[in-house]
Design a protein around this ligand. Structure first.
Ligand code: BG6
Length: 476
């Protein structure tokens, strides 16, 4: 939460985006309702259509009611929030429209010149980001060389580019208008309480870190499963696929959080340095290793989804066996498995420890049944479990796996913030720890590009809706 009242104007590109409707408007309103936005703030939403401020406010209300029922619990308060919402029609290609936007910003913020604090939020398809940034710069709205006291920031939603080449181009374009400290690349997974807790779990407890390496850990399994399909996002999804939608960002960020070295301190760059080093150390998958490293799948019926090509080869499931080639992790498989329309919605990280040197209590193979595990359940239940073997009560000595469990909600009474609450506040505060730095974005794309090249148009294996995807017997 901000200590001092901060007056700012947020300019949101993508007024009608799905993300704005589902997450951004409700989160902004809640932050205001809870008193986290203590200064004078305004939100200028930018869209293509012709809409009055009034009509836009009505739309925002409808969207919040639809996607976040219960959020508007005080009509009077909501009405005062609405007075801070404005709408501006912009043709993103036309520089003149950015000059009008500039005038609107000055008018709305009530500040002469452009000295107010300005946060640009890009909730637009990746192909539009370079155009927007170029025009912002040309209209004098960029963050570099500001002549008066306010700050400027830009938040960019994922997907950040569509491959290494486009991400680099976007980095160059944004870098010509904003400096790295002004750029906030969002991966909303990093705003999740349970993801932020990975660092705390590892580095605030003495008992895990000494074991957290190749000498004691046999494998790491990261699962990001959803029990629903692509919903109404066929056009986006069919061009994107699961590797780019989930593995490139959420999956690799989880892996980096599990595998990173302790940072020298908790500054944003110290933490991001360590994550970048992990991504840089991930062994590239090539056409020689693709067969044993990657399985891709597509759920039955995917090709009949709206806006999906009838002969689509887009993957809705992927399992990738990664190796982190550094001193700590050499030889330990990190399997990321993610998919749509699977049996359950669950995100978890399972760290499986090596078996003891001798198994007194059963055949050697039985160790995998009781091997120690730390299970970081990211969602939906937010828990951490430790699995170990225990003697089943009775005359014979039979070992069973049992679990010790910590449950976030049971242990802490205050509800956590949602990722968007937290990340919006962090961006306003200028805290970049949970935003992706330029080098990490590029390393992640290089990893995914290599896989996609090696797959060279492979037809995904089909799998039934509600299953766990195609078989994934990956050896690495
Ligand atoms: C988004 C992906 O980044 O994350 C979606 O584009 C996915 O395909 C979503 O469903 C999952 O996020 P969460 O927070 O609901 O698990």
């Amino acid at each position: 939460m901000q200590d001092e009242p901060v007056n700012f104007t947020m300019v949101l590109f993508g007024a009608n985006s799905d993300l704005a409707a589902r997450k951004l408007y409700p989160s902004f309103y809640q932050l205001a309702r809870w008193g986290h936005l203590s200064g004078a703030y305004r939100i200028i939403a930018v869209g293509r259509g012709d809409l009055s401020h009034e009509a836009f406010r009505t739309q925002v209300r409808e969207k919040i009611l639809l996607f976040s029922p219960g959020t508007i619990d005080d009509e009077e308060h909501f009405a005062s929030f609405c007075l801070r919402l404005f709408y501006v029609q912009v043709d993103l290609e036309k520089i003149e429209d950015y000059h009008s936007l500039q005038r609107e910003i000055m008018h709305v913020s009530g500040e002469p010149g452009l000295c107010s604090h300005l946060l640009f939020y890009l909730s637009t398809p990746p192909a539009l980001a370079p155009v927007i940034v170029r025009n912002l710069r040309e209209a004098g709205l960029g963050g570099k060389n500001m002549e008066c006291g306010g700050w400027r920031k830009i938040v960019v939603e994922k997907p950040y580019g569509t491959d290494l080449h486009s991400a680099r181009e976007l980095n160059t374009e944004i870098g010509s208008a904003f400096s790295e400290e002004q750029i906030f690349r969002i991966d909303h997974y990093l705003g999740k309480e349970t993801v932020q807790n990975i660092l705390v779990f590892r580095f605030s407890n003495g008992i895990f870190e000494p074991l957290w390496n190749r000498n004691h850990i046999a494998r790491v399994d990261i699962t990001i499963a959803e029990n629903f399909g692509i919903r109404d996002r066929g056009a986006f999804y069919d061009q994107t696929g699961l590797l780019r939608d989930i593995v490139q960002n959420h999956g690799l960020q989880l892996l980096a959080s599990v595998a990173m070295e302790p940072p020298v301190d908790l500054s944003a760059d110290a933490v991001r340095d360590e994550k970048s080093k992990v991504l840089r150390s991930i062994r590239r998958i090539t056409s020689r290793t693709i067969e044993q490293s990657v399985v891709i799948g597509q759920y039955d019926g995917y090709r009949s989804e709206r806006h999906v090509a009838a002969d689509s080869r887009t993957e809705t499931f992927a399992a990738v066996n990664f190796f982190v080639d550094n001193w700590r992790w050499k030889g330990v498989p990190f399997l990321i498995r993610a998919g749509k329309n699977l049996a359950e919605t669950v995100t978890e990280i399972v760290i499986t420890f090596a078996c003891p040197p001798q198994n007194f209590f059963g055949p050697a193979e039985s160790c995998s049944y009781t091997a120690n595990q730390v299970i970081l359940r990211i969602q939906p239940e937010e828990t951490i479990a430790i699995r170990f073997g225990a003697k089943r009560p009775g005359e014979s000595v039979i070992t069973d796996p049992v679990y010790m469990k910590f449950d976030y909600r049971g242990s802490f009474s205050q509800p956590g913030m949602t990722p968007y609450h937290r990340l919006l506040l962090d961006a306003l505060d200028g805290d970049q720890m949970n935003f992706i730095r330029q080098d990490s974005v590029e390393y992640s794309w290089a990893i995914i590009d290599a896989i996609r090249d090696a797959l060279s148009g492979r037809v995904p294996d089909s799998y039934s809706v509600g299953s766990w995807g195609p078989p994934t017997d990956l050896q690495g």
